[in-house]
Write a protein that binds this ligand. Structure first.
Ligand SMILES: O=c1nc[nH]c2c1ncn2[C@H]1C[C@H](O)[C@@H](COP(=O)(O)OP(=O)(O)OP(=O)(O)O)O1
Ligand SMILES: [Mg+2]
Length: 405
């Protein structure tokens, strides 16, 4: 079906200025209308509800396409959304991907009060050209244009260019019929992505976090599918609670309570590796295990894994001046039976004191760090400085790396 006015997608990372571009263009060009997908999704309820975990409306893509089909087929739509791959190729004549400098984007998102982590994901995504890549993967190369959008001058000139391209022909006659650009017109705007292949492919996790508050169902499903998960094998409920508090929601923590035999070995690393192998064999799948040691400097790192009640621990040090101690946490992750465990260790240095604070978890009341025993701290406080937290930080960094390589 041909149309006298083209359909244009204006896309890009949140904060690049999509909506301003769309509004300006719609004002300038008679017959062209701004179609904000965020608004349509909410007003026409083209969603399957709200995903609390990702803080996003889950877009029902079929319903969205049905809702806008008639309008789009008539032509003259300026489609405003951060995702573009769901619109049928035959509907679209031009895809404009707006780009912005990192510092400018940072300032804009900061002004929108984005939380720091979401802000960082958006910056990463812009740097990694996630949305440009999506546009290039979804449409013929010649209808995808990348334009800089750093200030009002850029915006004016972008809108001029798009406007100048509009009154050309009947659109929708086939691929590339709405070709806009002579390459050299835009050479100054082109970012060299020729070596993009070498960059780690941006993960869907990132793509998803880019999204402000509506998200295609497909993307959400993939995000849930690739969301990282561990099966933490432990007999200790307190450990599990802490591990969940530290890792979730980035990494989902499932658990099985199995009492694993801890072999006595020369080093705590060996103890943990052995425990991890046994666990992997037992559940026949990927596992995470952990072993905690308390090491007293005066006793040459004893008692190590041989932890007693805390009275006993205090008595051990009775004759010693030096009460300094290290809490050492060693996690081991195995991808399954036969896979070599990978270790992540965290150490917090403190000292052993007479018990203070509630006796909820092992030796928490006698391990003092910067004036407070673990037991005197809130959960949040402990989980920011503990041996367990430090080890899990390393684990998280490693998991993140697995996603991008
Ligand atoms: O943050 C901690 N704060 C206080 N006490 C702690 C902590 N972390 C471990 N602990 C205690 C529990 C156990 O008495 C011993 C370590 O033994 P450890 O073998 O690692 O733990 P576990 O046998 O209770 O659980 P698991 O099934 O994971 O082996 O130190
Ligand atoms: Mg144990």
């Amino acid at each position: 079906m041909s149309r006298s006015l083209p359909n244009i997608i204006i896309t890009g990372t949140p904060g690049v200025g999509k909506t301003l571009h769309c509004e300006l263009l719609a004002e300038r060009v008679p017959g062209m209308k701004h179609l904000s997908v965020n608004d349509v999704v909410k007003e026409k309820e083209c969603h399957e509800g709200y995903d609390e975990e990702f803080q996003s409306w889950i877009v029902d893509e079929d319903k969205l396409l049905d809702t806008i089909e008639e309008q789009v087929k008539a032509g003259g739509c300026i489609i405003d959304w951060h995702a573009c791959d769901l619109f049928p190729k035959s509907w679209i004549d031009l895809v404009v991907v707006l780009r912005v400098d990192h510092t400018t984007l940072y300032d804009r998102l900061k002004a929108r009060n984005y939380p720091e982590n979401k802000l960082q994901e958006n910056l990463d995504s812009e740097i990694m050209e996630v949305l440009l890549q999506e546009a290039r993967d979804s449409y013929d190369e010649e209808i995808v244009v990348e334009l800089q959008s750093n200030d009002t001058e850029d915006m004016e000139s972008n809108v001029d260019r798009i406007e100048a391209w509009i009154p050309q022909r009947n659109y929708g006659e086939g691929p590339g019929s709405g070709r806009i650009v002579k390459e050299d017109d835009y050479s100054d705007n082109k970012i060299d992505i020729s070596n993009n292949e070498q960059n780690p492919k941006p993960s869907l996790w990132r793509v998803l976090n880019v999204i402000s508050n509506t998200v295609p169902r497909k993307a959400l499903k993939m995000a849930h599918d690739i969301r990282q998960q561990v099966n933490f094998i432990t007999g200790n409920k307190n450990k599990l609670t802490e591990v969940k508090a530290i890792l979730e929601p980035a990494i989902q923590v499932d658990s099985r309570a199995l009492d694993l035999i801890e072999v006595q070995a020369a080093t705590m690393e060996e103890v943990t590796i052995d425990k991890c192998r046994r666990a992997a064999d037992l559940v026949m799948g990927p596992v995470l295990v952990e072993d905690t040691c308390l090491c007293f400097d005066a006793l040459n790192d004893l008692p190590g894994p041989y932890i007693l009640g805390h009275d006993g621990l205090n008595k051990l040090l009775a004759g010693h001046e030096d009460k300094s101690a290290k809490a050492v946490c060693t996690f081991a992750y195995s991808a399954g039976p036969g896979h070599e465990p990978i270790l992540f260790q965290g150490i917090t240095e403190g000292k052993i004191v007479p018990a203070r604070g509630p006796a909820n978890f092992g030796w928490d009341p006698i391990f003092e760090y910067e004036g407070k025993t673990y037991a005197e701290m809130t959960k949040e406080e402990k989980n920011k400085i503990s041996h367990r937290f430090k080890a899990l930080q390393k684990l998280q960094a490693w998991f993140k790396l697995q996603l991008t390589t």
